[in-house]
Design a protein around this ligand. Structure first.
Ligand code: SF4
Length: 350
């Protein structure tokens, strides 16, 4: 297959990056494999501006693989609370434990071994090696994908699989033999700050003169807008059972599924089911007439509609430990993973 000339990409990006790239991100200081790995995972679905605060807290608490591996999952999820996509945190924790068992707490030094760890795909593995060791490897995260697709007019046709293959080929061809760390950071930064999804800033782009999408004025069509089925709604009733000391009953969500491993008030399909639970499992429970506003939370594939039901009660009446439950006192919070809307709900009743 004839490939487009890609030789202009690396020099243009390196020059641009030296002047305009980001050089003071927390993970760029001391870019050890561990620090780069955590940053790459956080940045998968989170913007830099949000990620940096989380990243600093995470690193202060878990400065190395061994500390992360030894920590309770609750604490890892606690420091991830509000970032969403919690499987990322569970995978980091699991991978850290594997690293301690198999590699003495270090990250393996090849991309091929890195992709065997939970949560690390081909692009992330290459980014870890490139940014921490300057090792050459093609990356294709969301930002790089957009830059290359526009620059070389890869539209998703004839099939998404063919387009994917072409993008990897282009990523491979564009990656220089030298200055790989700077180049990798540069193309990711370009996608994050200039070649953004909506209204790319082509006039400020170092690739503008060669960009096929810009030339044919198609930069707004690429990537094609995702066709999403209408998001369905899932309605649940959350029972906020509160004791006199302000503590609220929480149970741990199953590992698999939404908010896996996080702590939430018990959920029910209906108000009646919640009332029955309160009547049979909690001592002296009184459902409060004060009605709380419905909370809506959007996930990728559906919207969760939470109807909160407030109940005051004295104590336990033999709720079994399956799923694990605890009384959470917002005045003396434990280090647990709480989904952001749950955290907000608890705050609203205290
Ligand atoms: S010229 Fe515009 S569309 Fe092309 S790579 Fe640069 S920012 Fe993206």
């Amino acid at each position: 297959m004839h490939m487009d000339n890609t030789a202009f990409v690396a020099p243009a990006l390196l020059k641009w990056h030296a002047q305009h790239g980001r050089h003071d991100l927390p993970w760029q200081r001391e870019p050890t494999p561990y620090r780069v790995w955590v940053s790459e995972i956080m940045l998968q679905q989170t913007q830099v501006a949000t990620a940096t605060g989380y990243y600093d807290r995470f690193m202060r608490r878990f400065p190395d693989v061994a500390t992360l591996a030894a920590a309770p999952l609750d604490e890892v999820l606690h420091l991830w609370s509000g970032l969403g996509y919690y499987s990322r945190a569970r995978n980091l924790h699991r991978a850290a434990q594997q690293l301690v068992e198999q590699y003495g707490g270090e990250l393996p030094t090849t991309a091929a071994k890195l992709v065997e760890l939970p949560g690390i795909g081909r692009s992330t593995a290459a980014a870890i090696r490139a940014l921490s060791a300057g090792e050459r490897g093609a990356i294709l995260d969301g930002n790089v994908r957009r830059v290359l697709a526009r620059c070389f007019l890869v539209t998703g046709a004839p099939t998404p699989r063919a387009a994917e293959k072409r993008l990897w080929q282009l990523a491979e061809l564009c990656t220089p033999d030298e200055d790989v760390a700077a180049y990798t950071q540069a193309i990711m930064d370009l996608g994050a700050t200039i070649c953004v999804r909506r209204r790319p800033l082509c006039a400020a782009c170092p690739l503008e003169a060669h960009c096929a999408a810009k030339r044919s004025r198609r930069q707004h069509e690429i990537p094609a807008p995702r066709v999403r089925a209408a998001r369905r709604t899932r309605a649940v009733v959350m029972l906020l059972a509160q004791r006199g000391d302000g503590s609220v009953l929480l149970e741990r969500r199953p590992e698999r599924g939404v908010w896996g491993g996080l702590w939430c008030p018990p959920q029910f399909p209906s108000v009646e089911a919640a009332q029955l639970y309160a009547a049979t499992r909690l001592r002296s429970a009184v459902i409060e007439p004060r009605s709380l506003a419905i909370v809506r939370h959007a996930f990728t594939h559906f919207e969760l509609e939470i109807t909160p039901l407030l109940a005051s009660c004295e104590a336990w009446a033999g709720v079994m430990d399956e799923p694990p439950t605890l009384w959470y006192n917002p005045a003396q919070p434990e280090r647990l993973g709480l989904p952001a809307p749950v955290s907000a709900l608890i705050q609203s009743i205290t």
